[in-house]
Design a protein around this ligand. Sequence first.
Ligand code: PMP
Length: 308
Amino acid sequence: MSVAFHGAEFCWMNGDIVETKSALVSAMEPIHLGIFEGIKAYVENDVTSKGSLNIFQWESHVHRLRRSAAVCGMKIPYSDEALLEATRKTVRANGFDTNVYIQPRIWPKAGAMEEVHIVIPVWRFETVLGKDNPQFSKNRRFMISTWRRIASDALPAQAKTWANYGNSALALREAVRLGRDGAIFLDNRGFVSEGTGACIMAVRNARVITPPVTASILESVTRDTLLKIMPEDLSIPVEVRDIARVELYASDEVFLCGTGGEITPIGSIDDLPLGKEYPGALTKRIAEYYTDVIAGKVQKYKEWLTAV
Ligand code: PMP
């Protein structure tokens, strides 16, 4: 089995930098018990051009990786510093000097639940952020999925375990089959939960509302980041509370937030257009400020950046 990750020649596996094509395991591995993280490194000063690279919110991501491991009864036999060094080495080995996505993966070894495999693949990505990026303002038609978000007494929705992504994949496949760009889950109580790989925020009467962690959402680093910067730096009131499906349809703006999709506005849900203008003014303002934060332009949040 040979896997190429978007051109990344090298990855880190169980202690060493190896050629990605040689990072092989048995097909008998219990992959369904795996956990992972999705982390991004951005170029300083301008998220798109060349400059020094910084990992955004490294500590929060490693913290969540450890919590995901704890939930699954796995131990990570490396310190945070060792994982950071491994990540730095992997990015450098590939010679990457622009935006890099980093996805540490951990799963128990076949027949040895106490031991784990750890692999750190990396690859380049195109950001949707940045002034006048057409990818940002692209119209996105979403639907409410017919699949409910996994209940957290069935799978650990709040942790980043691969098993949860079967649920996401079914919802996304359904959406694509029906000609939509993405899906939004309701939780098992019927309240709005999240997207298939991102959290959701709605703007109503100049306030941003977002579902609580108990609505079967992943404990998202981006959501936490926005919940801090929106009220503190942009004077946008935020409310963490259950959201009814009806409220979502009748919102002025709706956007997703997550490491992968960054900040992505949604144009319509179930073909009901949202708000008066697209992308909405608040979504644009939030995305612009977030772009500055990840590019190290906001002095007080430089502590969220870790040099590669
Ligand atoms: N929910 C799900 C299901 C996700 O996969 C992600 C992406 N990791 C998020 C939310 C957003 O989390 P974060 O902001 O930490 O990337």
